[in-house]
Design a protein around this ligand. Structure first.
Ligand code: ZN
Length: 132
């Protein structure tokens, strides 16, 4: 998906008050920093395949923890947490298995949100900490 389109869609969803509350917290930030974005993309793929892609996901609507992994945090922030939110906010109907393209779209949304949210946090480096 075109990055400009993706970013404007993320901005629109980010204005929904419930979604706007979600940001990466210290534990999730440290996972992003230690594992890197390529690993985040792999984890997003695996989690989406297992928890969101089936036609009728297990415990749909309650399958996404509030945090602990950056992908979970991103899913709540981007309304890709369950099939109902995906239908309402992204126009992807529930009740069918997600296609390869739809899975790729959801992963793009999640990874982009993690990049944007990561960039909004001041980067703490060991060097800057020793100056204080
Ligand atoms: Zn949901």
């Amino acid at each position: 998906m075109d990055q400009t389109v993706l970013d404007s869609r993320l901005a629109r969803i980010g204005r929904i008050p419930f979604r706007a509350k979600f940001h990466l917290r210290a534990p999730e930030l440290s996972i992003v920093d230690s594992r890197g974005m390529d690993v985040m993309r792999t984890h997003a793929r695996d989690l989406i395949d297992a928890r969101l892609a089936p036609a009728h996901p297990n415990k749909d609507g309650r399958q996404t923890p509030w945090g602990g992994h950056p992908v979970f945090r991103a899913q709540h922030a981007t309304a890709t947490c369950c099939r109902t939110c995906l239908q309402i906010n992204h126009g992807i109907p529930k009740g069918h298995e997600l296609t390869v393209r739809q899975r790729a779209y959801v992963v793009d949304v999640i990874v982009r949100w993690i990049e944007i949210d990561r960039a909004s946090h001041p980067r703490r480096t060991p060097a800057s900490e020793t100056l204080i």
